[in-house]
Design a protein around this ligand. Structure first.
Ligand code: ZN
Length: 177
């Protein structure tokens, strides 16, 4: 398996068009995501966000890391590990985003990432520097959304509109590793 940074993908066939959908999460949720990604050390890893959807709005209430294989340049989750992770999700919770880390500053999807996202109805978000703290939220992360047959990486302005911080309690953190 090549490191995924060698797997460049073609450019977007058309520009991304911002939708009315907004994903809300708390600063605690962001912090917990960094912590889970950092547990893999200098290896890529993944984390999933679950929560409630109400029309165009969604809010993150659960942050989960499945059993996975983490390597310097890629990660992998077996289907059984995905099943184990979601077995006890609350009935109202839906998958909202798949998050994974990259080694450096580059946060755009590789071809490997395009293939690894578990659903085209969720966001795919890349954190730089193996999940270590970042200076600028959300412009330092890569927020991707599936639209017209392509995983678009949103501009900083679009990412800011699409993924927003809002403080609320009731966020659980689970590490299945
Ligand atoms: Zn990647």
């Amino acid at each position: 398996m090549q490191d995924e940074d060698f797997l460049r993908r073609p450019a977007a066939p058309q520009p991304y068009s911002l939708t009315p959908a907004i994903l809300y999460l708390s600063s605690d949720a962001v912090h917990a995501t960094h912590k889970l990604l950092q547990r893999a050390g200098r290896n890529e890893s993944c984390v999933f966000w679950y929560g409630e959807r109400h029309g165009d709005n969604a809010s993150v209430h659960s942050i989960r890391a499945p059993v996975q294989r983490s390597r310097r340049g890629n990660y992998h989750v077996e289907p059984e590990s995905m099943s184990e992770m979601v077995r006890d999700l609350r009935a109202a919770w839906r998958p909202l985003a798949q998050i994974h880390s990259h080694p450096g500053v580059e946060v755009e999807h590789s071809r490997y990432d395009d293939a690894m996202v578990s659903s085209r109805r969720i966001l795919s978000i890349v954190f730089p520097y193996y999940g270590r703290p970042i200076a600028n939220w959300p412009s330092d992360i890569g927020v991707h959304e599936w639209q017209l047959n392509y995983w678009h990486m949103l501009s900083s302005a679009d990412a800011m509109a699409r993924v927003r911080l809002r403080e609320f309690a009731d966020v659980e953190v689970r590490d299945f590793r």
